[in-house]
Design a protein around this ligand. Structure first.
Ligand code: GLC
Length: 573
């Protein structure tokens, strides 16, 4: 298998040339029949990942946790949740991946802990050295310190009876925010990161890392400006200092992939986090393209406006082209399934899943594949609120009914089914066996009923499957520096159906044309594109012409990639 992990020089680190696969362990593969995916189950699928050709795995949290937010509420950073196994199982995962040249990136959740973490218990008791580990505020039990809203809905403050004070939680009340102004907190976090590095991890995905610094004095936010308070906790005043310190103390001089999750970050913000003069992050997960269909919040959604979507992608491509680097993703464990959202999960499921994969693998930046994306998994039905598992979705339904926006679940069901994070968390569909081959027990969340049709076993033996296409895409990505490093230029920005762009690197050129619509269309290749020498290298239709005609007749959701032949000795080869 051709893999580029060998790692190049400063300008061509392994993580720029990698394709990363995200594993949500709870839903990936269950080895012991308790209905919850686990590390032994993941280890058993190492050959699957190897065969797909990915270079790294980002593993969502597997640490000790009461699971209020599926592990994003950590009660012990240095242990493994028993449902997932233990440290020996984790080492087994590390080893089976490393044996296959697949790197392992861990989730680092340090904006907050669980309220069951030892630090919080001590802080609540105001034990020596721990009183200021979190954001506490004295005040009357009926008067929260400010008007900030939690990202999961409701106020961002809860009153703690034990300490008789308020504490801040930007997420669930069981996820108190750490006080990063306290140097002891920072030292503890650095020590923990060091511990995992000593265990051989190859990088970190830093959960909501741009929320760690809050405006001094915790002032009220503007209630008219979206999520109330965000201007005081997103990309806050000391965030760069904190990241630089972390970089200097822990991350410097190591060959790591460090990707920061940064909701609300602009291109200008991102340039401060990444790049040669940035804070030492390899890349960030920006959110603009996955909020393009949101109204006031994620629960009011519209169709994806393609022209705007293209503009956002083009802006990020250009903004991080010379300094910095992009991550490229359309799905993860917090987003609905991409084929349901950006494609068509009915008649054109395969075709549009392939088209979207073509997009993520032919932009400049590092592609991230979320488990199940590679077989075209779709959003799921949630017939009753009892089928929901995610705290965010449950809160939403509860509040909608409580506030009279809905009389009952049926009124919001469509919204939930289009938007809820649970869509991404239904079990990985391995086969058409009971529970999709995910577990021998009762799964913690229902399988998507379409698993008899959409599953790995079936896809594996079908050369025309989404899975086979992803394998080709990943291999192509490894073969061509042009696709990794080439300059991106958006073509026909106003075309409402076609997403077309060119890539260029030294003497090599590429043209990518995607018809992101359920209707056939034609596309006139713009005059600025030199069609000469471009050859079809991958397409999701059998009859695509091998060279570029002046006008492309495109089927619904047709995707084509034309490249000039590879020139020997290109950059980074
Ligand atoms: C991030 C995670 C999400 C989690 C939240 C709080 O956005 O991706 O799953 O709920 O942070 O940790």
């Amino acid at each position: 298998m051709s893999r580029r992990n060998a790692g190049g020089d400063d300008d061509h680190p392994w993580w720029k040339e990698a394709v990363v696969y995200q594993v949500y362990p709870k839903s990936f593969n269950d080895s012991d029949g308790d209905g919850i995916g686990d590390l032994a189950g993941l280890a058993r699928r190492a050959d699957y990942l190897d065969d797909l050709g990915v270079d790294a795995v980002w593993l969502c949290p597997v640490y000790g946790s009461p699971m209020a937010d599926n592990g994003y509420d950590i009660s012990d950073y240095r242990s493994i949740h028993p449902a997932y196994g233990d440290m020996d199982d984790w080492r087994q995962v590390r080893d089976v991946l490393h044996e296959r040249d697949i790197r392992l990136v861990m989730d680092l959740v340090v904006n907050h802990t669980s309220d069951e973490h030892e630090w919080f218990r001590r802080s609540r008791r105001e034990e020596d050295g721990y009183a200021d580990y979190y954001h506490w505020w004295e005040g009357e039990p009926d008067e929260p310190p400010n008007n900030w809203e939690s990202i999961f809905g409701g106020p961002a403050w809860s009153y703690d009876e034990a300490r008789g004070e308020w504490y801040l939680h930007l997420f669930d009340e069981k996820q108190p925010d750490l006080n990063w102004r306290n140097s002891a907190v920072r030292e503890d976090v650095h020590g923990m990161m060091q511990w995992w590095l000593d265990e051989g991890v190859d990088g970190f995905r830093m959960d909501v890392i741009n929320l760690i610094s809050k405006t001094e004095g915790l002032p009220d936010g503007d209630p008219e400006a979206g999520l109330t308070g965000a201007e005081h906790f997103m990309n806050g005043p000391r965030v760069h200092d904190r990241l630089r310190e972390m970089h200097d103390r822990v991350l410097d001089d190591r060959d790591l992939l460090v990707v920061g999750e940064t909701p609300g970050a602009s291109v200008a913000d991102a340039r401060e986090y990444v790049g040669p003069n940035g804070d030492g992050l390899s890349m960030v997960f920006q959110f603009e393209h996955v909020t393009v269909d949101h109204g006031d919040d994620k629960w009011t959604t519209a169709d994806v406006p393609l022209a705007e979507f293209k503009e956002i992608i083009a802006k990020w491509q250009a903004g991080l082209a010379d300094e910095g680097w992009n991550s490229v993703y359309l799905s993860n464990h917090d987003q609905p399934r991409m084929v349901s959202r950006f494609g068509d999960d009915g008649e054109y499921r395969r075709k549009s899943a392939k088209l979207l994969g073509t997009l993520t693998h032919t932009l400049q930046g590092t592609p991230f594949v979320y488990q199940g994306e590679e077989i075209g998994m779709t959003n799921a039905p949630f017939e009753s609120p009892d089928e929901l598992r995610d705290v965010e979705a449950k809160n939403y339904v509860e509040r909608a009914v409580e506030h009279g926006e809905a009389d009952c679940y049926e009124d919001v069901r469509e919204t939930v089914e289009a938007t809820a994070r649970d869509n991404a968390r239904t079990p990985m569909q391995w086969s058409d066996d009971t529970h999709a081959g995910f577990t021998d027990g009762e799964p913690w969340i229902e399988c998507n009923p379409n698993y008899a049709e959409v599953n790995v076993e079936r896809a594996r033996s079908d050369p025309d499957s989404v899975l086979s296409y992803y394998r080709e895409l990943i291999a192509l990505r490894h073969e061509r520096d042009l696709l990794v490093y080439g300059e991106f230029e958006l073509l026909a920005p106003d075309d409402p159906d076609v997403f077309a762009y060119s890539r260029r690197l030294d003497g090599e050129r590429g043209l990518i044309v995607l018809n992101v619509a359920a209707d056939a269309t034609s596309f006139d290749v713009p005059a600025e594109v030199d069609r000469d020498g471009l050859e079809l290298v991958i397409a999701n239709a059998d009859d695509a012409p091998a060279t570029v005609p002046a006008t492309l007749d495109l089927d619904p959701y047709e995707a084509r990639v034309y490249l000039t032949p590879s020139q020997e000795g290109g950059v980074g080869r």
